[in-house]
Design a protein around this ligand. Sequence first.
Ligand code: SF4
Length: 379
Amino acid sequence: MVHFVGPVTFAQLYSHAATSETAALRRFATLLEPKSGTELEAMARESSALTARYFGKAIRLFAPLYLSNECINTCAYCGFSRDNPIVRVTLEVEQMAAEARYLAAEGFRSILLVAGEHPKFVSNGYLERCVARLREEVPSISLEVGPMETEEYRPLVAAGAEGLVVYQETYHRETYAELHVAGPKKNFDWRLECPERAYTAGFRRLGIGALFGLYDWKYEALALARHLEYLLRRCWKAQLTVSLPRMRPAAGEFIPRFSLPDREYVQLVCALRICFPQVGIVLSTREPAGLRDALIPLGITMMSAGSHTEPGGYTGQGKESLHLTVRGRAQSEIGGAETATGQFDIADERSAEQIANVLRARGYEAVWKDWDAAILSNG
Ligand code: SF4
């Protein structure tokens, strides 16, 4: 089991055995233990009441906008992994803007820009230009891209990005080393310290998470909670969110090594809400519709909807530049493909409007823009 104690960086915390834990973490550990039906219902009631108290009956909706599925990393579990023979593309800035206009017409005012890590395609001010252009279409922009230096983040914040999402994937170092076969992502600590660099650069929304399926779910959950607890103290001006993505089918056909069943997934959401009542919990379209609907009152504060995980997936932008790569090299043929390959298959294919209707039917408001941005920037 990992332990975090100590003063300065999370890496230092990570390497020490715990001599003391906060009450929130102590309770979190007990809430992860096996629960009877009655105990789980009690957790659900407490979680639901805390969510209503801290967030009201409102769920913020957002959409991912994939910019590029080029990547130099070999991550054994990811569809975009360098060695996967998939159809790839990087959107031009105006192609990205066309995708954004589609999402804005759907109602979205909050967009997560996603890209693989590639020094040729996702570099040289490309992300900065995308953010600046996107700011003309939507007011709330977050990024999920390869980790950077603090100084590289500053221009992105200046261009209008307010949030940065970086999942550790697995907090288990040996598993991390094994699954990140090649590329800069092999560096566990560089990734772990990324939220702090982003905070120093001025990001005021930070998203962390683990990809469930790579290692034992309780280990990941406890490590994630410890990371969260640390960041709440270290990055106290930021709004923190956690995500609990479970693995989905993807190119490369990686088989999940561990399972996080639905019942334990619900238990984990409730445990996080009970112990960290002020933290946002994100639910993506990786989860099936029925489970997503059931989780609405139990602690979720943000949902993606109508998502595509391939660049150009909303409007077909970038078609003329599609290319197949084999072991990182572009081929002349694309085998009749008409779209780029997605990062993974989504499970909830309902549109944004359908999700908004489900929320309304359950007495919740679908919030398309988070007005906290104005408050945060004045804070
Ligand atoms: S997980 Fe990220 S870094 Fe790894 S292959 Fe996929 S897109 Fe690239």
